[in-house]
Ligand binder design. Sequence first.
Ligand code: PGA
Length: 259
Amino acid sequence: MTPDLKPLIVGNWKMNGDRDQLDQLAILAHRISHEFQQSVDVVVCPPATLLYVAKTISEGSPLMVGAQDCHNEATGAHTGDISAEMIADCLAEFCIVGHSERRNNHRETNSHVAGKVKACWRAGLASIVCIGETKAQYDACEVDMIITKQITDSIPEGATEKDTIIAYEPFWAIGSTKIPSLKSLKEIHALIRDILVRRFGDHGLRIRILYGGSVRPENATELLSIQNVNGALVGGASLQTADFLAICQSCQSLVRNHY
Ligand code: PGA
């Protein structure tokens, strides 16, 4: 953690969840209102079909809502796509971009991701920009090079802590039981911080850097304790309200111990 940055826990439901799951979101919103005293920011990113209703359900609670992807243009002939403006129209505040499942399944490049980040900013959304290496790149010791290139090419000039969050997610750790060693996570997050400061000056000091990839209640405390890990992007465990809350609670305990 970084004591002066408010941590952020983001739940990414991916292509999971229907209207029934919204009962769980209501429970989450209620628990967050009563238990978290604004010490941790919490965002849930349900599928786009549930976005507006999710926002309505969480109204009045500090729970925030985000989307999982957007198109770079505001309107147009792009069947099936959703623009950042449409996401903002659902009253969402965040949008994940460049998730490795999009980079991999939809061949999204760093330059596509940069276009989506600009679209988020244009629509007033904060972008959660995912970066991370594949297993082959990890095995070839190319992590530093890949991360540096992804940050340089996926994030446009002018990023600030208000409109940009980084999520470091090694592709090989997502949906698995594997996570990088705590030592290497510390080094990678320090490298990301360095690059952000070099590119964005003081803003780079305040842009939150999340870790994602197999974050569970059992490993949340050790992962969130690492310097420059300012929160988590949680996939599978965000589908179980109890598990997601347990991760948020671990984060809250760490905040309390820091002050
Ligand atoms: P996971 O997914 O927590 O299920 O590993 C994380 C993500 O893809 O954002």
